[in-house]
Design a protein around this ligand. Structure first.
Ligand code: GLV
Ligand code: MN
Ligand code: MN
Length: 415
């Protein structure tokens, strides 16, 4: 199949810049948290791009957005592609967005050539891939794949105590969450375009990565309940400072990953909040999160369990009450050989050398892989930097990724 495609990386980059302007952080940082006013404006922007591309638009009750290009055999399972547009606090403009805006541009490029898909092609913008508001990542795709029950999703609470049920209703997402789940077989294949968020492609000067597997993420929340008091008046031996076990645990998290894990094991404390957060007050409460990942599930669990055990022990030794709540513990995903082969063939057609690689970050693909043959296309990003305001992917890298995505979708849609 020789398509003479003309991808407009200029248009895609302009759209990425326009979307980045919907932010609650000053540029170049981007903060776009699920169902905030800013996020709602971003979602309207994406909806318009989908409609302008001639896609028929719908939104599901969880707030996932869909734009469908009908194939000549519309009853066949469609080929789906997409990613997310929410952005964690003070991050960049390319994480996720390249896979949504890039997917719409891929459709536009295919349309312009006169290409007619046999299977429908569906662009998806998943809701809340980032865990910022409700603590758990991949909210939309988790519900879609049946990994989070509608009831559990409804009852998730944000920091202000508002439930997901309330927030989605206020955001205009009506209908029962029961209808969000998709049965295996709904999609013939799923492909996600994303920046690498690591340094390998840039280091090897390669334009395309073909993801063969996605590392298994897990996260839990720990709260230490100590005793607050006056920072001047309470003597050291009389204290139950809640921050101290949290500090010890933070160091132990690094140690566990390094000493018990392997090269692919990573562990992070990304949140550590102290109450009442005053210079002259002993912390009465410390809340922290622990994020542990590995491509090897057994090793991930070994490290995870060691950290949990240490948390309990350190609390006990300091006579401080501990509350430990698992957020998620997901399995790794193995990408589908057939979809990988389609991406490789598309990259070859585009004359873009492709490197097989694993994804250390998680993506909606982790969950889509449970209900559809799935693989991912990576493009290089500067210095491998992500989740930072200086995240950057060049127009050339973005254009190459979109071209490979378009050719992959074309192949899969004719299969
Ligand atoms: C997604 O942003 C992740 O944390 O891997
Ligand atoms: Mn991210
Ligand atoms: Mn992402």
């Amino acid at each position: 199949m020789t398509l003479s495609l003309s991808v407009s990386s200029d248009r895609a980059c302009r759209q990425l810049d326009e979307l980045a302007a919907f932010s609650d952080a000053p540029a170049p940082a981007v903060t776009r948290v699920l169902f905030t006013e800013t996020d709602l404006r971003g979602r309207t922007y994406i909806r318009k791009l989908m409609e302008d591309a001639g896609l028929s638009f719908r939104v599901d009750p969880a707030g996932n957005l869909f734009g469908r290009w009908l194939g000549s055999e519309p009853d066949l399972p469609a080929v789906a592609t997409g990613s997310h547009c929410d952005a964690i606090p003070h991050s960049g403009r390319y994480d996720g967005t390249v896979g949504v805006i890039g997917a719409i541009e891929a459709v536009v490029a295919l349309r312009v050539t006169g290409f007619q898909p046999r299977r429908s092609i569906e662009v998806i913008m998943f809701n809340s891939e980032e865990p910022t508001r409700y603590g758990i990542g991949c909210l939309g795709s988790r519900i879609m794949s049946g990994q989070l029950s509608p009831n559990a999703a409804s009852n998730l609470k944000d920091e202000g105590g508002e439930t997901f049920e309330t927030t989605r209703t206020k955001a205009g997402c009506s209908g029962s969450l029961n209808s969000v789940r998709l049965q295996p077989g709904t999609y013939h294949a799923f492909v996600e375009l994303h920046i690498e968020q690591g340094p390998l492609l840039e280091q090897q000067n390669l334009p395309i990565g073909v993801v063969t597997a996605i590392a298994a993420p897990a996260a839990f929340r720990v709260t230490f309940h100590g005793e607050g008091g006056h920072a001047g008046a309470v003597l050291m031996l009389d204290r139950k400072d809640a921050l101290l076990p949290a500090a010890e645990l933070t160091v132990a998290v690094e140690q566990a990953a390094v000493e018990l894990g392997g090269n692919d094991t990573v562990a992070t404390v990304g949140i550590l909040d102290v109450h009442p957060h005053a210079i002259n007050s002993i912390p009465s409460r410390a809340e922290m999160t622990v994020d542990v990942r590995d491509i090897d599930l057994e090793r991930r669990d070994l490290v995870l369990e060691a950290i949990k055990k240490y948390a309990t022990e350190v609390a006990e030794s300091r006579k401080i009450r501990i509350q430990l709540e698992m957020i998620n513990a997901d399995r790794p995903a193995k990408c589908d050989e057939r979809v990988i082969a389609a991406i490789r063939a598309a990259a070859e057609e585009a004359n873009l050398p492709a490197l097989p690689m694993i994804s250390r970050a998680y993506h909606d693909s982790l969950f889509m892989a449970l209900i559809a043959p799935t693989a991912m296309i990576f493009i290089p990003c500067r210095g491998g930097v992500s989740h930072r305001p200086d995240e950057y992917a060049s127009p050339e890298a973005i254009g190459g990724g979109i071209e490979v995505l378009a050719r992959t979708l074309a192949r899969l849609s004719l299969a």
